[in-house]
Design a protein around this ligand. Structure first.
Ligand code: SF4
Length: 332
């Protein structure tokens, strides 16, 4: 079994009355990619930030290499943050427009007292690792394209030699061909540096390309968790099946569209009783309103065994068509 790097147990975040994350449990092994997927507002980005304690959990446990992160004081937490970094969706918003790329890459090195004798050399090395040139160190963020800015964000994240990176929708703001380049770069860095990723996304075709395991979230809870192959070949939860069936197949040249599902996501302030998905689930029964299903054997649904399997061809054709477009872009 792979060595466990991160263990999250019963993680909760309530913003006043909003139950953004409502008791999630998962682990991440050394060098693996756990994808967290779900519609907008399902709590996946909040879960990623809670793991890093960028926001404070309401309850739960986060252990990194066996150490209880929630018990750490600010100094110990700062030291630990060296091993846990984040890449944001909006590369421009995450970069300081008044600093050169070189200054931005030096900043985390200064903070952690790294490469004190030759920071310029380390900056050049980082730029090389993400496919940029040493002279880019003198330039400012506005002088770069979206894809290049995301490369700068990645260089900043790997500067301090982390073990885990939370990738929060890192390619969803980019054009599809640029998405492919950035994903290839992330995979290449994972192999070279032994990184583990929590990859937060709503695009299941991208997830199928990069993930080792997948956790599907709905209204603050994980409703299904499985290995990538298993999840795409045999989705069990009705919500996972709906997400897979809703994968858009874009017209040639069109940007990837968001996954949409019939009906509105209920409010996280007052979620439905029992199973949170019951107001949109075509298989809901009386028990679903009365009793909340727990995640058992990787799926949280009372009746998944009784629900007819989806026509595999229909699901896989959609996933594969979308994936084929991405892979064509990966090759370019
Ligand atoms: Fe649907 Fe009931 Fe399963 Fe929830 S528990 S997903 S409502 S069948």
């Amino acid at each position: 079994m792979s060595e466990e790097l991160l263990a999250v147990k019963g993680l909760v975040k309530h913003f006043k009355r909003v139950r953004a994350v409502d008791g999630v449990t998962f682990s991440v092994a050394v060098g693996e990619t756990l994808a967290i997927v779900g519609e907008s507002g399902c709590g996946k980005s909040t879960a990623g930030r809670l793991v890093l304690r960028l926001i404070e959990p309401t309850a739960g446990e986060v252990r990194f290499e066996g150490e209880d992160l929630l018990a750490l004081g600010s100094d110990a937490l700062r030291a630990k943050r060296r091993a846990m970094q984040i890449i944001f969706q909006d590369p421009y918003g995450s970069l300081n427009p008044r600093m050169t790329v070189g200054q931005m890459l030096e900043e985390p090195l200064l903070l952690h007292f790294l490469h004190e004798k030759n920071r310029n050399k380390r900056v050049a090395e980082l730029l090389h690792l993400v496919g940029l040139a040493p002279e880019h160190a003198q330039r400012y963020p506005h002088e770069f394209s979206g894809g290049q800015r995301q490369r700068i964000g990645i260089a900043r994240a790997i500067a301090v030699e982390p073990k885990l990176i939370v990738c929060d929708e890192p390619v969803s703001a980019l054009d599809v061909s640029i998405q492919a380049q950035v994903i290839n770069l992330l995979q290449d860095l994972q192999r070279r540096l032994g990184l583990a990723y929590i990859f937060i996304a709503h695009d299941l075709a991208v997830v199928r390309h990069i993930a080792t395991r997948v956790a599907v979230m709905y209204l603050g809870k994980i409703v299904e968790m499985a290995g990538k192959r298993e999840l795409f070949a045999r989705p069990r939860h009705p919500y996972t099946r709906a997400l897979l069936a809703a994968i858009p197949v874009p017209e040639p040249g069109a940007a990837a569209r968001r996954i949409l599902l019939e009906g509105d996501v209920p409010s996280a302030i007052d979620p439905p009783s029992g199973c949170h998905f019951r107001t949109r689930c075509p298989y809901a029964q009386a028990r679903c309103a009365a009793e909340e299903p727990v995640l058992e054997d990787g799926v949280a649904c009372h009746f998944w065994r009784d629900i007819p399997a989806p026509p595999q061809n229909a699901v896989l054709i959609r996933v594969n068509e979308r994936l084929a477009r991405l892979q064509a872009a990966f090759r370019n």
